[in-house]
Design a protein around this ligand. Sequence first.
Ligand SMILES: *Cc1c(COP(=O)(O)O)cnc(C)c1O
Length: 222
Amino acid sequence: MTDIASNIISLKKEIPANVKLVAVSKTKTTDDILKAYNTGHRIFGENRVKELTEKGEFLPTDIEWHFVGHLQSNKVKHIAPLITMIQSVDTFRLLRIINKEASQVNKILDCLLQFHIAREETKFGFSMDEVKEMMGSEEFRLLDNIRLCGVMGMATFTDNHEQVREEFRCLYGYFNELKNKYFHDQSSFSEISMGMSGDYRIAIEERSTMIRIGSIIFGERM
Ligand SMILES: *Cc1c(COP(=O)(O)O)cnc(C)c1O
């Protein structure tokens, strides 16, 4: 068995059955992706449009692709035919464009609202006020080609476990508030995407439903 295959198998044994695993394959080759695919894994994440469309062309069509990076609105059309979920929706404007491009290809795209939870300045994401304003608008209700499935966030890159835990708790709090206010009758609003190679154990303790793992499966990136 390859390292990649055994890495993904042991990771799946470790995590609870209700936590989904997104194998983040950015910078890795299609051969590497196939090694994971051949263990039965189907959910993969990429963070660049060009890389995703190039790889997607050569890989099995039953892969469920998740987009996890900052997405420029003019590039949504390139990934709309291929993608299952966009985890990194960080503005209302982007959500409207995703809706438009999804309708062009006759599909309903699953989306997560990315929240800014880290102390670092550079991470993209909504604030709670922005999301509430969006939810209250007439325009939001007209979006028929997107399905909001939950929230996503990245914790600060730090060894301080308590800080990371606080940030994950904050994201869980956002999820809960949105669920109660706007989505209580929608079972599809159920995902809390948090946890990467360095912090997924804490994320799972803080009720993550979806972890996004690159390095542990595919090895360090250059
Ligand atoms: C790269 C990336 C990951 C995976 O990172 P690892 O630390 O390699 O597990 C997860 N989420 C996002 C948004 C990423 O860009």
